[in-house]
Design a protein around this ligand. Structure first.
Ligand code: AMP
Length: 397
């Protein structure tokens, strides 16, 4: 069976067609500048030349039509017809507390995606546009929604509640939901395999460190706690997001600078994090390069990031009681040799040591902890698309 995975943003869309017999990617692509002048589709497939198509794509419906055409193209395509595709899996960011598992899309599911759009305004409406564009272009083909929040639905109430008046939880569903769930779930499966254990025996902390970053405390194979919250703004400092700060900073700044909620949200989501502190870049490679030439604010931004990762890692290990492993994933976790070292340094008292030679690795599964490390540390590349494809397959079967 072949499964198409779609990750749809407001003006771009990524896709992968996966053969589930061997979990191999048959073809993948990116559509950029949807509904903007200069729309472009780029598709790559093993053994084929990169296919680039520039055409007008005023809505997601046209964009998806071009994706289907590219996948079935006589010269550049990877399947003969759409009939070969058994189902389509969609990444959806926020499923709130209504959807704890991947689901086949129905009108009720679409209503829930819309209901929680207010907590993920950049993502949920775009995710829904992708689903509806597939429904229009391939009527009758099953669409499955896989939620970033789903894996975290096992958190106990005392973990997901915020200490604010209870009525706001009842009235507005304000609570911690968590994100990157598909990645953390994939890591829980991969880690079980690496450790040679059943998934129910996995007690670990998963660190997804990238442009957006979050940690997940995995207890007996399921999520116990995670660093992101109602929205993906909570937790670590990130590329452009502040993560945790004293809430009074928000009210103080709004008063002093006469800011609307939308302006304040823009500052916290797009102008903060390592970009805001360094004034230079949200990209960790740029910051490492600048820090090497003694750019003080780049150094400060990185030091602040590392401190926060340590703070959550230590906190989650304390929460878990028993922690067999730590996993590093995401762009920084998989490739950031210097950042991994900085995070894991001076943690011997928590039973963690790093083997610098083993740590000299990028983008592949490898243990990086020292022989004497009580807690094993692994680099495991994440694969959200494959997780979505597996979830889609198991539902449509
Ligand atoms: P992601 O959002 O998971 O794609 O991760 C993007 C982040 O990973 C960016 O900040 C990159 O700078 C960082 N990254 C990617 N490759 C490296 C590398 N070789 N060393 C350090 N950071 C990296």
């Amino acid at each position: 069976m072949k499964i198409l995975v779609i990750n749809c943003g407001s003006s771009s869309l990524k896709y992968q067609l996966i053969d589930m017999e061997n979990e191999k990617v048959l073809g993948k692509g990116l559509v950029e500048r949807i509904a903007i002048e200069g729309s472009k589709l780029t598709q790559t497939a093993e053994g084929k030349e990169t296919f680039v198509l520039e055409a007008e794509m005023p809505t997601h419906t046209e964009a998806i039509k071009f994706v289907f055409d590219a996948l079935t193209d006589k010269e550049h395509g990877v399947v003969e017809s759409l009939d070969e595709i058994s189902g389509i899996g969609h990444r959806v960011v926020h499923g709130g507390d209504k959807l704890a598992e991947p689901v086949i899309v129905t009108p009720e599911v679409k209503d829930i995606i819309l209901q929680f759009a207010e907590f993920a305004p950049l993502h949920n409406p775009a995710n829904l546009m992708g689903i509806e564009a597939c429904e229009e272009n391939a009527p009758g083909k099953p669409n499955v929604a896989v939620f970033d929040t789903a894996f975290h639905q096992t958190m106990p109430d005392y973990v997901y509640m915020y200490p604010i008046p209870y009525e706001y939880y009842k009235k507005y569903h304000i609570r911690k939901y968590g994100f990157h769930g598909t990645s953390h779930k994939y890591i829980s499966y991969q880690l079980a395999e690496v450790l040679g254990k059943d998934r129910e025996e996995v007690n670990a902390v998963s660190l997804h460190l990238g442009n957006g970053s979050s940690l997940c405390a995995i207890k007996d194979g399921i999520c116990y706690d995670t660093s992101m919250g109602l929205t993906p703004l909570e937790g670590l400092s990130m590329g452009t997001r502040s993560g945790n700060i004293d809430p009074s900073v928000v009210t103080y700044l709004m008063e002093k600078e006469n800011l609307t909620p939308a302006q304040m949200s823009d500052i916290l989501n797009k102008k903060s994090g390592v970009l805001g502190v360094s004034g230079l870049s949200s990209d960790f490679r740029d910051l490492e390069e600048a820090a090497n030439t003694e750019n003080e604010r780049a150094e400060l931004a990185l030091d602040m990031f590392v401190l926060r990762v340590k703070r959550f890692l230590g906190g989650f290990m304390a929460e878990l009681g028993k922690c067999d492993a730590i996993v590093m994933t995401g762009g920084i976790g998989e490739n950031g040799i210097t950042m991994r070292k900085a995070v894991l340094e001076n943690m011997e008292h928590l039973g963690i040591t790093l083997d610098e030679q083993r740590n000299d690795v990028r983008g592949k599964v490898q243990e990086i902890s020292g022989e004497d490390s009580k807690v094993k540390v692994f680099v495991i590349p994440t694969n959200e698309e494959l997780m979505i494809a597996r979830d889609t397959l198991s539902l449509i079967q």
